[in-house]
Write a protein of this length. Structure first.
Length: 191
């Protein structure tokens, strides 16, 4: 079913159309969320939230962009909202630790098919990269993630972010420079 047919059916409340939408976009949404939160279970929860939002908001979709672009925007928004909430929780956890309560550590899932030594090495790399990415300004982080992890074109990224292609080029260029500085600084201190 074409997107325009799917959208029309969704607006009518067709449950089968919604199932098709989820089947078609679930992997894309899950991968998109995972690249922001680095935790499979959290990404799965966010994926459910994204599809709930799509279902609730389909009547407001004006088709100014592709359906996949609109779903990507929702995925990014839900992921960033989650990360903002986590930052608030971390600040609260620091206050709790000052009063003697335990601080909860975040975990990053590692692939199951590699040995323990590689798992630890990969977890460290993922943590360092996640740390560096999270230090970037939000627009740079999103543009870089969509370009490098999702392999989107600058045109697609410009549609998702609602900026010009030259702005996307600039965001990615600055993100690369900032990541290079942050990673270089980190490894200088820790090696």
């Amino acid at each position: 079913m074409e997107d325009f047919e799917l959208i029309a059916q969704l607006k009518k409340g067709d449950g089968e159309a919604f199932r098709q939408l989820v089947d078609h976009y679930q992997k894309l949404v899950l991968n998109s969320c995972y690249k922001f939160v680095y935790n499979r279970e959290t990404a799965e929860d966010l994926t459910q939230d994204v599809f709930i939002e799509v279902y609730r908001s389909i009547n407001t979709f004006r088709a100014d962009s592709k359906l996949s672009t609109w779903i990507y925007r929702i995925s990014i928004s839900k992921s960033l909202d989650y990360l903002k909430g986590q930052k608030r929780k971390k600040r609260f956890a620091i206050l709790k630790s000052l009063f003697g309560e335990d601080e909860v550590e975040e975990r990053i899932s590692a692939p199951e098919s590699v040995g323990p030594d590689k798992v630890l090495e990969n977890e460290d790399r993922v943590k360092v990269l996640a740390w560096a990415l999270n230090k970037l300004p939000e627009s740079q982080r999103i543009a870089f993630t969509l370009s490098k992890y999702d392999e989107m074109s600058y045109q697609e990224i410009s549609e998702i972010l609602g900026v010009s292609i030259s702005s996307v080029e600039s965001l990615i260029h600055r993100a690369k420079l900032n990541l290079k500085k942050k990673l270089y600084s980190y490894y200088q201190k820790h090696l």
